[in-house]
Ligand binder design. Structure first.
Ligand code: ATP
Length: 423
């Protein structure tokens, strides 16, 4: 079954709003066994919407349209759809009753703006789709063989209305079975290296295997197809990639799951990443069982006073240095009485770099009960990117330490990056 999405709105073409609706709908449809072959975006001009509707419906079984159902003059999806169908727009009493009920529930003291009455206008013959979360009702029509579903642009309204379509899918497309879907997550390996390990296990169909790189520092392999093929391919992928598998979708949820299973805890001391490491851990379900404490140790004096980093160490090596990162991680581990501690110190930019320590340099240390490991990474891009990527890298290394894939050493035996290079 072939499906298409059509997102309507000038703000999407201007780049002011990112079209997350089409991505959400495409995921929703493909998870249920439809094939999406086109995602179009069009502005608010009625003639453009009409042309896009004609193009999208030609040859498709299902077209999901979002946006342009609001009450203002630039919302013209209703008119465009009526024109494509060659029918008039007429006020639907049930739609107007719903809009009034929404106002009564949510804005009881306010009169209903007359302009909202436009939202009750539907092409003659269209099926009304209820919207519990807003004033724009959706609608369902048929253009040729294609079923066209128009939903509001506001994402949380659209999500609920899309889910409400679920029972209709079975009626419309009897016999359509959702594919089996499995995911395999990896960290500590790049896309190219992963490709070399899996060879021809990446395939376009039967099953379809795709690889996605996440900004959070991990890779996801998604296997989609018939259940036996998905099972066999997933097992083959897991075998080939055994040394790099992680237990959940990202380093932070993996760390939280792993530490929770072991009854262990983690603490974080962040300088340049300014809370991003802690935020990612805190976003993972179950974090309360493992995240003991996080400290943004930005100022040098906080590093010395709170984490016990010797001032002489900072003077000798500079605040962005591997010995300082290592001392921060060990200090944090002691302070929080945690099993594992992560520390970051770096130059996020755009100013503050030097020839020896350029912008984007970040030293990351992980301490556990055996000792500490410290590494330096160099990240290109904006301050925000440096902070995000450094936090993601810190979590990947922390996870690899927790999994025993990176070994820590006693602090007097720590091998720094410069020493490793000199070898
Ligand atoms: P509605 O049909 O609900 O009136 P609309 O097209 O009139 O939708 P707007 O008023 O332009 O919607 O936008 C409503 C909100 O929905 C805005 O916050 C906008 O950013 C968001 N939005 C609209 N379309 C999309 C989209 N394709 N992806 C993500 N957000 C969207």
């Amino acid at each position: 079954m072939l499906a298409r999405t059509l997102a309507i709105g000038d703000e999407l073409l201007l780049g002011r709003t990112v079209d997350t609706n089409s991505a959400h709908i495409a995921r929703w449809l493909t998870d249920r066994g439809l094939r999406v072959d086109r995602a179009a975006v069009v502005g608010d001009a009625q003639a453009d919407i009409e042309a896009a509707l004609r193009a999208a419906t030609a040859g498709a079984d299902l077209v999901i349209v979002t946006g342009g159902l609001g009450p203002t003059d630039d919302d013209r999806t209703r008119q465009a759809l009526a024109a494509v169908l060659g029918v008039a727009l007429a006020e639907r009493p049930a739609a107007w009753a719903e809009i009034q009920a929404w106002y009564q529930r949510n804005r009881p003291t306010r009169p209903i703006p007359e302009v909202n009455r436009r939202q009750a206008q539907l092409p003659v013959g269209a099926t009304l789709l209820a919207n519990d979360r807003g004033t724009a009702p959706g609608m369902l029509v048929r253009v040729g063989q294609a079923r066209v579903v128009c939903l509001p642009g506001v994402p949380h309204e659209m999500h609920a209305m899309l889910d409400a379509l679920q029972p209709r899918l079975g009626e419309w497309f009897p016999g359509m079975a959702p594919p089996a879907i499995a995911e395999v997550w990896l960290a500590g390996i790049g896309e190219s290296a992963a490709q070399e390990l899996i060879g021809d296990l990446l395939s376009e169909r039967d099953p379809q295997v795709g690889i996605t790189v996440s900004e959070l520092g991990h890779l996801t392999l998604r296997v989609v197809g018939a259940a036996p093929a998905v099972k066999a391919r997933t097992a083959a992928l897991r075998k080939a990639l055994k040394a790099h598998l992680i237990p959940a979708a990202g380093p932070a949820p993996s760390l939280v799951a792993l530490l929770a299973r072991r009854g262990q805890t983690i603490a974080v001391a962040e300088s340049c990443t300014c809370g991003h490491v802690a935020a990612q851990l805190g976003a993972a379900p179950g974090a309360s069982a493992v995240l003991r404490e996080a400290l943004v140790a930005y100022h040098e004096r906080v590093k010395t006073a709170r984490l016990g980093v010797p001032a002489a160490l900072i003077r000798r090596h500079g605040v962005v240095s591997e010995p300082v990162a290592a001392a921060m991680a060990q200090g944090m581990r002691r302070l929080a009485r945690a099993d594992l501690a992560v520390a970051t110190t770096g130059v996020a930019g755009p100013a503050g770099g030097s020839a020896a320590v350029p912008v984007g340099t970040v030293c990351i240390a992980i301490a556990d009960r055996r000792g500490v490991v410290v590494r330096t990474t160099r990240i290109a891009g904006t301050r925000q990117r440096v902070q995000h990527r450094a936090a993601a890298q810190a979590l990947v290394w922390a996870l690899e330490v927790a999994l025993g894939r990176i070994e820590t050493a006693r602090s007097d035996q720590v091998v720094t990056t410069s020493a490793r290079k000199a070898r």
